[in-house]
Ligand binder design. Structure first.
Ligand SMILES: CC(=O)N[C@H]1[C@@H](OP(=O)(O)OP(=O)(O)OC[C@H]2O[C@@H](n3ccc(=O)[nH]c3=O)[C@H](O)[C@@H]2O)O[C@H](CO)[C@@H](O)[C@@H]1O
Ligand SMILES: C=C(OP(=O)(O)O)C(=O)O
Length: 435
């Protein structure tokens, strides 16, 4: 298992462009199964999860060309749905969350699919009820094989219906939308997730001939069509990478420009960073972060301590809280970080405490950070990356720390961040990848 060896305490400088969005890519790649025609996707991030999904789509019999690392052309003339029952499929799909969204297109086009336990970050319970109950309302029958931990889904022809989702699940909404576009009749999805990546999926499907209204809201109205045609689609910049680079700049007292950041699709993110006292300037489609020796966390208007919590879009993404938490360790002031959605995502704070941060983990969902205001530095240690975002948060901590740190299990960073060591070294970081 590879590790990163990091020599911290270096100031970084320069420009960095976020990769194409991981969580958009996973939805969009699944949607290529909805048509027999060619679909071209650009700005694809070269990361483990996305490459694994592209491999799986190829394993299913889809023709895949990759003329450049960031561009793929797919043609799903034929799909071997039975491959989903193989041990190979289960092993590979168990490595990422995104494979769960193969179900919507396959049940819509072939009336049959298998849905083994998906992988992805081990950050708490990640149930599939929203997906399965939604499919059921559209006429899908399901069996659950407890031993194989697999759903077997079958349907004659999906029928449009009214779906009130139990929660605005991102992948659940994507699955419902992809099933509904080819269903008989009209589907209404209420309490839908409406983040930019779901919006991008809907826009792509409309470009393929689907009829989806309400894009950007939590009420989607979909008129089913007979078939879809090919299209070209470009992925947005990865907003979680953008947030990670802002936190990195703040922690390492660096001046960084994040270029081509798709600034109109960041929701509350920049405002939330500003609540931590971070100065930043939007310049066209770029974000300039000046060198800041100190940043002061704002209190609420009534003087009480700031709480930052995750919330479905347009709230702050749960995927950003780990990097915001690490950034708070060197702020002036205190903040309560409340990770509402996932129950096992804050345990990495143990490592930050070992590095010298002042944090109280109140319970699995809440941590109070008392900023050091640079009166003492974090110290380098040996640690392991538990999940993508905690992994990158620890990397940021290590880059700001005094001395050497080792991060093990860096596959958990490579799943979501493209060549992060090379890209940050180009800004002046000292990260060595050890086999
Ligand atoms: C591949 C992909 O796109 N993964 C993202 C996707 O995962 P994913 O689609 O798996 O996440 P869901 O939106 O289904 O929900 C995530 C968790 O939050 C809980 N929940 C969700 C909505 C809600 O209103 N209340 C609530 O408590 C769910 O029960 C679940 O435990 O969305 C998550 C939430 O933004 C992100 O962290 C993941 O990076
Ligand atoms: C939780 C995440 O990913 P996944 O849903 O793919 O595990 C993430 O991107 O932070």
């Amino acid at each position: 298992m590879s590790t990163f060896e990091i020599r911290g305490g270096k100031q970084l400088h320069g420009s960095i462009q976020p990769q194409g969005a991981k969580n958009e890519a996973l939805q969009i790649l699944c949607a290529v199964l909805l048509t027999k025609e060619k679909v071209t996707i650009t700005n694809i991030p070269d990361i483990l999860d996305v490459n694994m999904l592209i491999e799986l789509i190829g394993d299913l019999g889809v023709e895949v060309e990759r003329p450049q690392r960031d561009t793929c052309v797919f043609q799903a003339k034929y799909v071997n749905v039975d491959f989903l029952q193989s041990k190979e499929y289960k092993a590979k799909s168990g490595k990422l969350r995104g494979a769960v969204m193969l179900a919507g297109p396959l049940i819509a086009r072939y009336g049959k699919t298998y849905l083994p336990q998906p992988g992805g970050d081990k950050i708490g319970r990640r149930r599939l009820d929203t997906h399965i109950r939604g499919f059921e309302k559209m006429g899908v029958k399901f069996d659950y094989d407890h031993e194989g931990k697999e759903f077997i889904l079958t349907a004659d022809k999906l029928k449009g219906t009214y779906l009130l989702l139990e929660e605005p699940s991102v992948t659940g909404t994507a699955n419902m939308v992809m099933a509904a576009v080819l269903a008989d009749g009209n589907t209404t999805i209420y309490n839908a997730a409406c983040e930019p990546y779901v919006q991008q999926l809907c826009k792509m499907l409309n470009n393929m001939g689907a009829k989806i209204k309400g894009i950007g809201s939590n009420l989607l109205e979909i008129e089913g069509v007979e078939s879809l045609h090919g299209c070209e689609h470009r992925l947005l910049a990865d907003m979680i990478e953008t947030g990670s680079f802002i936190a990195l700049a703040a922690m390492t007292q660096s001046e960084i420009t994040i270029t081509d950041a798709d600034v109109n699709d960041l929701g509350l993110m920049l405002d939330t960073f500003m609540r931590f006292g971070i100065q930043l300037e939007v310049q066209g489609n770029d974000i300039f972060i000046p060198q800041q020796d100190h940043y002061r966390i704002q209190n609420f208007i009534d003087g009480s301590i700031l709480t930052v919590y995750d919330h479905p879009w347009p709230g702050v993404s749960p995927d950003l809280l780990s990097v915001m938490l690490v950034m708070a360790t060197q702020a002036k002031g205190n903040v309560l970080i409340h990770q509402k959605m996932f129950e096992s995502r804050l345990f990495f704070v143990d490592k930050l405490i070992e590095m010298g941060a002042q944090i109280v983990l109140c319970d699995p969902h809440r941590a109070v950070v008392m900023g050091l205001n640079r009166q003492s530095n974090l110290r380098g240690i040996r640690m392991s990356s538990p999940d993508i975002r905690a992994g990158v948060a620890l990397l940021i901590a290590a880059l700001s720390a005094e001395g050497k740190s080792i991060i093990e299990n860096i596959d958990q960073i490579d799943r979501g961040y493209q060549n992060i060591d090379t890209r940050l070294n180009a800004l002046g970081a000292d990260i060595r990848r050890m086999a």
